[in-house]
Design a protein around this ligand. Structure first.
Ligand code: TAP
Length: 465
């Protein structure tokens, strides 16, 4: 048995172990740094081993690509705002997709050009790799467009959509089979075009509220696309890491679907069950009742006289970069003898763990940060629920308006608190585009203005009191 492949295999195995440890580390904020370092080490090892492979015939182009990629990566990582992270992730998924697609196409053309025969198993790998790659690429581009607000975030639904998807899937299956049996390049190319189209059609009907699941689903697809590329290139490391990303992304999608009370199949198949309109009469009624607004002084008075306060951060806290101001407010309340807890909805913000990352960055202790399941029962006894830039995740329409796209999504029970204060800049709806009846209830006041400035003002008033 040749020694060299064994050494490569062993090196790849060690790199895979680093990746597994990295994934494990990323499951908690305490171990995330170590996890990241481990994954980076695994990647350095993987690249080094790949470069030593006898198949690498020239280094100039490879190093030029690595240098170019590294420069772009460093610039993007330094410049990207925390709020734009999900778009970045969607864009990165699309790169994996297009790579799988191009590797599949390139491998076939190379075989044809060099007159090599392609085995049946490689043909199957090419079809699967190109299909998953195309779906990942097109879907991720649409997700990127929706998150970047280049495309409307509302679901784009039309009649006969699911039938069209079914016909397309059957056509893709037929063309793939035809290509495997007859080696006809045209079938392969049309199959790729139809796969791009279905990737596009599967994401356009998905509304803003379900975007987090789409992102993690594409994370999973990009893993399977990488694994398919690994099969085509006969590279064990790509197969193993692709499977790791694919399965962890699938588990994350499942957990998020449960958190949003969505069926995974419904999101995967392009929003089966999404309705294109609705009578939001409860909300319409509420809007006629007007809203109460409060000043920083009113809020300070209410907060310092409370025994217990639950702070609910959302996307607006990230936009305003208000997390340090929230920490100061939290400390001021503790000084005044108020019990303060933080309530985190699983999809608050624009990416999984968004709020936890920000609160950790401002050194808010982990033990006063609670998940939705753990804190929901405490809202009825809270004197004040202070909402900082959150909207959809506290919208009661998710409980009682059957036609709302939010219906069925679990929410933080802010509406049960004795008093509600909501910091936001305007009467604009949240990400889902849905109005929020909570703004109009009698024990709720809106703190209009930028969240950071508002938190700073409240803390200042309390300090002077
Ligand atoms: P949203 O529903 O988007 O509400 C954000 C609120 O912040 C809005 O009411 C906005 O109102 C306010 N806001 C924005 N900038 C502000 C500022 N500078 N100061 C004060 N307020 C500000 O956010 P959410 O409650 O966190 O819900 C998350 C939504 O995003 C869900 O629909 C979820 O499905 C979706 N989503 C989540 C993820 C993940 S994984 N977390 C990924 C993609 C999408 P004004 O404009 O009036 O200020």
């Amino acid at each position: 048995m040749p020694l060299l492949p064994d050494l490569f295999g062993a090196g790849y195995l060690i790199a895979t172990l680093f990746f597994i440890y990295g994934l494990k580390g990323l499951s908690s904020p305490r171990t995330a740094l170590l996890g990241n370092a481990s994954a980076m080490l695994g990647m350095v090892l993987a690249i080094a081993i790949a470069l030593l492979s006898p198949e690498v015939v020239g280094y100039a182009l490879v190093f030029a690509a690595i240098a170019g990629g590294a420069v772009i990566g460093i610039v993007v990582a330094r410049k990207i705002k925390m709020t734009a992270m999900p778009q970045l992730v969607a864009a990165l998924h699309s790169f994996v997709g297009i790579t799988a697609l191009l590797v599949g196409l390139g491998t076939y053309l190379h075989h044809v050009a060099t007159g090599q025969t392609v085995s049946m198993i490689v043909m199957i790998e090419l079809v699967v790799g190109a299909f998953v790659g195309a779906i990942t690429f097109a879907g991720s581009m649409i997700a990127f467009g929706k998150l970047q607000e280049i495309l409307p975030s509302k679901p784009l639904v039309f009649k006969g959509q699911h039938f069209l998807n079914l016909v397309l899937m059957l056509a893709i299956g037929g063309l793939g089979l035809h290509f495997i049996v007859t080696y006809t390049l045209a079938s392969f190319l049309i199959m790729i075009l139809l796969s791009l189209l279905i990737g596009f059609l599967l994401v356009t009907p998905i509304g803003g509220a379900d975007m987090p699941v789409v992102i993690s689903m594409h994370n999973s697809y990009s893993g399977w696309a990488a694994a398919a590329t690994g099969f085509i290139l006969n590279n064990q490391l790509l197969i193993a890491t692709g499977a790791l990303v694919g399965s962890s992304g699938a588990i994350l999608s499942y957990i998020m679907c449960r958190a949003m009370n969505r069926a995974l199949f419904s999101v995967m198949s392009g929003g089966v069950g999404v309705k294109s309109g609705g009578d939001f009469s409860v909300i319409a009624q509420a809007s006629n009742q007007g809203v109460k607004s409060a000043s920083a002084e009113d809020a300070a008075f209410l907060l310092e006289n409370a025994r217990s306060v639950i702070i609910v951060p959302g996307y607006g806290m990230a936009v305003a970069q208000a997390h340090h101001a929230v920490k100061d407010l939290y400390e001021m309340l503790l000084k005044k003898g108020v019990t303060v807890k933080f309530a985190i909805h699983p999809v608050a913000g624009r990416m999984p763990g968004h709020m936890n990352v920000l609160l950790a960055e401002s050194d808010i202790p982990y033990d006063c940060v609670f998940t939705m399941e753990d804190i929901n029962s405490e809202f009825p006894t809270a004197d004040v629920a202070l909402v900082i830039g959150a909207n959809d995740v506290i919208n009661p329409a998710a409980r009682n308006v059957k036609d709302s796209p939010l219906y069925g999504m679990p929410i933080l029970d802010v509406y049960k608190a004795r008093n509600i204060l909501i910091s936001k800049r305007s009467m604009k709806p949240g990400y889902s585009g849905m109005d929020n009846a909570l703004f109009y209830v009698s024990n709720c006041s809106l703190l209009f203005g930028d969240a950071k400035a508002m938190c700073e003002s409240i803390t200042k008033v309390m300090r002077e009191n």
